[in-house]
Design a protein around this ligand. Structure first.
Ligand code: ZN
Length: 379
């Protein structure tokens, strides 16, 4: 058997009474990741040969994705004990056969621990029996008795230990309700190192708000382009971005609103979907002369389903006529109304084709659209 150098233990056996939710806090999902997955995705798991998760059998279902999301890691599991100390002991006993040199014991409820702190702890274990992170609270502390201690240390996890040291300390312990593992080792073996203020423990539901600091919003972009031929046999009936314009209409299966078609395709693109023709084929009689607002409303529903918001929308018309500028405000207001987005994030511009080619000869109108979408709630 390959000798294990570093093992990581994640204690996830708690039920979190103060959290007051049906699912224990460590299994709550934020952006599709529970607290354990969130923690593991932020650290360099290559530092560990083995990760042991202490979890109740009936809670294993919440972490069944771990082995798929982190295929290179060897995960093992063990049942929690009656107290945190006994859970830790179960983990240590289970790890004994792998003979790790070092062990880091972490609480699943501290998902924000950085990789930097882990590296620091591991480095400290080269020369020390332990590495126990702490922070000093700047808040005023009031203790009713006299022994007020200005240097009160707030102890964190993960706590690093030489495996043999912590194994012996657990085995010889006369108590079974230690708040953490550092409480069990001797004063001489204690090595405190500076922890991280942001390595907070999720205790109450409102603590989930801390995730906002760590979760960077996702931004995605999409591009759309459309062109339709001008029907020279008509004098009116043109519709661009849902606004009726006194000009020759465009030829198309639906109402041939190039503006809306380009916007739809840009949104579909940003959502990694297919093009508008896939969802509304021009062979389908259902969409004959259809008001294109319907297609844009479909795009809006898809945005909502995938939990994205439009950050900005930029539309460009390419045509010789009509004068788009005259209808800009109306178009912006119409698109804002259909998509329920603020007018200030919509831009409508136009350019002529300098009398060059098909568009320059006045045979058609084209539109392009670029959209940026985000999962951050903007409005
Ligand atoms: Zn079209």
């Amino acid at each position: 058997m390959k000798k294990t150098k570093n093992a990581l233990v994640i204690l996830a056996g708690g039920i979190g009474r103060r959290f007051n939710k049906k699912i224990p806090k460590q299994f709550n999902e934020i952006n599709g990741k529970n607290l354990i997955e969130f923690f593991l995705s932020r650290i360099d798991t290559n530092n560990f040969d083995l990760i042991l998760i202490v979890v109740k059998k009936n809670h294993q279902k919440y972490i069944k994705n771990l082995k798929y999301n982190f295929p290179l890691i060897k995960f093992i599991y063990t049942e929690p004990g009656k107290s945190r100390q006994l859970s830790s002991l179960n983990a240590i006993k289970k790890l004994n056969k792998y003979k790790p040199k070092n062990i880091l014991i972490h609480d699943a409820a501290r998902p924000f621990c950085s990789n930097k702190l882990i590296t620091k702890i591991l480095k400290q274990l080269d020369k020390n029996y332990s590495a126990i992170p702490y922070v000093i609270s700047p808040d005023r502390k009031v203790i009713l008795k006299k022994e007020f201690n200005k240097n009160l240390k707030l102890i964190q996890t993960p706590q690093g230990f030489n495996f043999k040291t912590i194994f012996k300390s657990h085995a010889n312990s006369k108590i079974s309700n230690a708040k953490d593992d550092s409480e069990l080792i001797s004063q001489e073996q204690l090595n405190f190192i500076k922890g991280e203020k942001l390595n907070i423990k999720i205790t109450y539901p409102e603590d989930l708000n801390y995730f906002k600091i760590f979760l960077k919003p996702i931004y995605k972009s999409g591009i759309g382009y459309d062109i339709h031929r001008i029907d020279t046999n008509t004098k009116k009936g043109l519709k661009l971005c849902g606004v009726k314009i006194d000009f020759n209409k465009l030829i198309g299966h639906s109402d041939a609103d190039v503006g809306i078609h380009a916007i739809c395709d840009s949104i579909f693109g940003a959502l990694s979907m297919k093009d508008i023709g896939y969802y509304f084929p021009n062979k389908d009689i259902k969409w004959k002369n259809k008001n294109s607002e319907h297609f844009l409303k479909f795009a809006k529903i898809k945005l909502k389903e995938k939990k994205f918001f439009i950050a900005n929308l930029d539309i460009n018309f390419i045509c010789e006529k009509p004068n788009i500028n005259k209808y800009r405000k109306k178009m912006i207001s119409k698109i804002s109304d259909i998509l329920k987005i603020p007018e200030k994030i919509i831009s409508i511009k136009a350019t002529s084709n300098e009398k060059i080619g098909f568009i320059g000869d006045g045979h058609g109108i084209a539109a392009e659209s670029i959209v940026q979408i985000t999962n951050e709630k903007l409005y």
